[in-house]
Design a protein. Structure first.
Length: 273
């Protein structure tokens, strides 16, 4: 692992380096991006930094110093070769008194890079009873407040799955803890609209551009019962087929295979700084 914080590449990336008063630690007041690295090249970096800026603005953090973030990314990439890795950029409200109120200080900027293993091309998922709030203050922002996802993912793992699927407050399919959902219903590839509450995934957007799908909202229960193919998208899953949803077995079907092939064909175009 390599780590860079506020302009400095750490000699020991596991050493304590953030104040116990940092607002990201105290109340989860921060935003982040995770992206993959292939042969030392970050994937879709500009798109991820664009979303980081939107999330920071939505949370009310100071304007992102994009040049400084890029400097941190270059530092961790240059520290050691990376065949395949997970790169994470985190921006928090910086040190503040304990409590919800911020101090007028510069944000904390952390860039970390660790080696990773590509995800398998198939997975299992389960639906969970908790709901996403499509009208919440942080809806659509990629914040560090992930406790809800931790709980849901633990539930999924207890059932032998790698992802938990949420409905929103009206019962429509929304998203996974860290993924967007695509499904085939009545012969049409579909995915939930952004207005239903999911994060605007970078991989989701690229699948829409490179392969296409209809954005629509339907009850999670109907999708779970009647979809003929399902796949997940995320920065490290890419296009990942769902072969079991709860107790129901699903095929690794032709639409999913075609979407993955479109991904493989176009992916090299977005590698690099």
């Amino acid at each position: 692992m390599r780590a860079w914080i506020d302009g400095q590449l750490l000699d020991d990336p596991a050493a304590p380096a953030v104040s116990i008063r940092d607002h990201g630690l105290v109340v989860g007041d921060g935003v982040f991006e995770t992206l993959k690295v292939i042969d030392d090249q970050p994937f879709a970096l500009a798109r991820h930094l664009d979303r980081l800026e939107r999330s920071a603005a939505g949370l009310g953090l100071p304007t992102l110093d994009r040049a400084l973030v890029t400097k941190g990314i270059e530092a961790v990439l240059g520290a050691a070769p990376t065949a395949y890795g997970r790169l994470r950029v985190t921006v928090t409200g910086g040190p503040a008194p304990f409590g919800s109120g911020r101090a007028e200080v510069a944000p904390t900027i952390v860039v970390g890079l660790e080696d990773a293993v590509p995800n398998p091309i198939e997975t299992k998922i389960v639906s969970v009873p908790w709901r996403r709030n499509e009208r919440g203050a942080t809806t659509g922002l990629k914040t560090t407040s992930y406790a809800e996802n931790v709980i849901a993912l633990a539930e999924a793992r207890e059932h032998g799955a790698t992802e938990a699927i949420f409905a929103n407050t009206v019962g429509d399919l929304c998203e996974g803890t860290g993924s967007n959902v695509f499904y085939v219903l009545d012969g049409v590839l579909k995915t939930p609209t952004l207005s239903s509450g999911p994060l605007a995934g970078i991989t989701r957007a690229l699948v829409l551009e490179w392969f296409g799908a209809v954005e629509t909202d339907e009850p999670l229960a109907d999708v779970e019962e009647y979809a003929t193919e399902v796949f997940l998208t995320s920065s490290l899953r890419d296009v990942q087929a769902v072969t079991q949803w709860g107790m129901r077995t699903l095929p690794h079907g032709p639409v999913t295979q075609a979407a993955r092939e479109a991904w493989r064909t176009n992916e090299p175009s977005l590698l690099g700084l």
